[in-house]
Ligand binder design. Structure first.
Ligand SMILES: Cc1ncc(COP(=O)(O)O)c(C=O)c1O
Length: 566
């Protein structure tokens, strides 16, 4: 007879669940004392794990113990107050608890009928967020469009493209696939790489991508976009989609939606707005102006899992015409048929995304919204922006750093200044490594117009003014240390060059003297003396040392004379 599986009973779950919550709370309490960036070497984590999986179940305490022993040392702590890298990846108590409930319910919300609450709560929360972010009325579920939680903005960019291809082909892609030789997609050099990845996944291939020029602020130039589209149309191409970014990954540049929208409309191209990081800032009315023209958008993506206190994955994605999206993705095998779907009375979110299955992610968004309220979310965004602006102000007033402008949100890009003769990119990367090795802070870099810049992304929930002040102190201290080191290296190089120059002039003088002496001798004496102590090599023009053995032998003989008798 087979033994029953040793399931965790509800009582055991209660006990260990409390232990896990305690463990997370303790982790959050001590996180500021840990080095932000993991210090393990490749393979260290695996080396700490047994080669074979456990044959028998193990005590839960051992698992928790291994979190501290194996996992924590191998973590870069994204919730650390000194984390200023990439973009933030916020989580929060209510988000974790919402995820816990979702995991505990374990429902699969692929269709409305599989758990109506999963679908309807998601629709409702997305409508709330559309209001909070000031998005167009067409994005509401009560209009032609609607919102959905996607796994990532990369996924959002992909489904936007699939919907655009569906619309542009009049539905033809469903049966005939894409026309890679005709379709064109417009991005700028600053657009996130996931858009080009989407183009490849969709089967168009990178040749379909048109990289539109940016202006001085690194935002897409609408005139250049219009010119490229005109040219493509004249050559028989079909502009399918323009991806405009609100808050580019490198520098948070903002493509001008209000100017781009009418150009898209003229050519029938789908306007997708990728606002992965910056979109959520629109909860703050005074920041909403960055997205002026968003009413032109056919689709829009922003990540609550970056800067809006909700753990990964929680991408908020909207579309103005849901029929284009579901037209591209809907497929109804017999085993998924049900009366509600057949009646067309419900939304089945499996038709809005690539996978079939989906978690109940709206729960954590709902928990977050209800814990913080809109005002709490605004306070978080405003707080990060204010700290970033303060840092930018300090750096602008300091002659060791240049600040890349504009910096409207919570990312500040700094270009350290270095003395002439120093390779600035190498120096900046060295500064970055010194800062990150120190363990108190963590930053990342990018390149802007071919030069390395340091990116400081403020936004971890625990970051306070004191942490930003500390970062600023570390930036200055390490810059000073490196600048002094570079100056010392430059002085050393100058000393070596001077010594070399002196040696060369001494050699030249000796050679001139030797040539003068040779010129004064009669022709028969001109043969070089075999025992001459030094001679001039014909090939390289420098004196060749006399054989050392003569001197050594003499020195050894002299030394032996000094030895005591054997
Ligand atoms: C502008 C932009 N788009 C897309 C992405 C990808 O986001 P995700 O990790 O949600 O796929 C990022 C990530 O930083 C981004 O900055």
């Amino acid at each position: 007879m087979t033994e029953p599986a040793p399931h965790m009973t509800p009582e055991q779950f209660r006990q260990h669940g409390h232990e896990v919550v305690d463990w997370i709370a303790d982790y959050w309490t001590r996180i500021g004392s840990l080095p932000v960036r993991s210090t393990v070497a490749p393979g260290d984590v695996r080396a700490a794990l047994p080669t074979a999986p456990p044959e028998q179940g193990e005590p839960f305490a051992d698992v928790l113990g291994d979190l501290d022993r194996v996992v924590v040392p191998g973590l870069t702590h994204w919730q650390h107050p000194g984390f200023f890298g990439y973009f933030p990846a916020n989580t929060s108590g209510p988000s974790v608890l919402g995820d816990l409930v979702s995991a505990g319910l374990g429902v699969q919300g692929m269709s409305w009928v599989t758990s109506p609450a999963a679908t309807e709560l998601e629709q409702h929360v997305l409508d709330w967020f559309a209001d909070l972010l000031g998005l167009p009325a067409s994005f509401r579920s009560t209009s032609t469009g609607g919102g959905v939680v996607q796994d990532s903005s990369s996924g959002g960019n992909l489904v936007a493209l699939l919907a655009a291809l569906h619309r542009s082909s009049g539905g033809g892609t469903v049966r005939r696939g894409v026309e890679p030789d005709r379709a064109t997609v417009y991005v700028s050099a600053e657009t996130h790489s996931s858009m080009e990845k989407a183009v490849r996944i969709a089967g168009l291939g990178s040749d379909a991508v048109r990289i539109v020029e940016v202006d001085g602020d690194l935002a897409m130039n609408p005139g250049a976009l219009a010119a490229r589209m005109e040219r493509d149309v004249a050559r028989g191409y079909t502009p399918v989609l323009v991806c405009a970014t609100v808050g580019t990954t490198s520098t948070t540049a903002v493509d001008p939606l209000a100017a781009i929208g009418p150009i898209c409309q003229k050519h029938g191209a789908w306007l997708h707005v990728d606002a992965a990081y910056a979109g959520v800032s629109a909860v703050v009315p005074e920041l909403r102006g960055l997205q002026d023209g968003v009413e032109w958008a056919d689709s829009y993506t922003t990540d609550a899992h970056k800067w809006l206190l909700t753990g990964f994955d929680a991408t908020l994605f909207w579309v103005a015409d849901r029929a284009a999206l579901t037209g591209a993705l809907a497929i109804l095998p017999e085993y998924l048929r049900n009366a509600a779907t057949d009646a067309g009375a419900v939304v089945d979110y499996r038709d809005w995304q690539v996978p079939l299955g989906r978690r109940f992610r709206a729960l954590k968004l709902w928990f977050v919204l209800r814990w913080y309220g809109a005002e709490g979310l605004r306070a978080h965004i405003r707080g990060s922006v204010a700290l970033a602006q303060e840092l930018a102000g300090w750096a602008e007033a300091d002659d060791r750093f240049d600040v890349l402008t504009p910096h409207p949100l919570s990312l500040v890009c700094l270009t350290p200044r270095w003395p002439a003769g120093v390779d600035a990119d190498v120096a900046t990367m060295t500064l970055l490594e010194r800062l990150n090795d120190g363990g108190e802070v963590f930053l990342t870099h990018s390149t802007v117009r071919g030069s390395v810049v340091l990116r400081v992304a403020v936004g971890a929930p625990t970051t306070t003014r004191a942490h930003v002040e500390r970062l600023w102190a570390l930036l200055r201290e390490n810059h000073d240390w490196l600048a002094a080191d570079f100056a010392e290296q430059a002085a050393e190089r100058a000393r070596e060059a001077a010594a070399r120059a002196e040696e060369q002039s001494r050699i030249a003088a000796e050679r001139a003297a030797a040539e003068a002496a040779a010129a004064q001798q009669p022709a028969s004496d001109a043969e070089p003396a075999a025992e001459a102590p030094a001679t001039v090599s014909a090939e390289i023009g420098v004196p060749v040392e006399a054989p050392a053995t003569q001197d050594e032998t003499a020195a050894q003989a002299a030394a032996q004379e000094q030895l005591p008798p054997a």
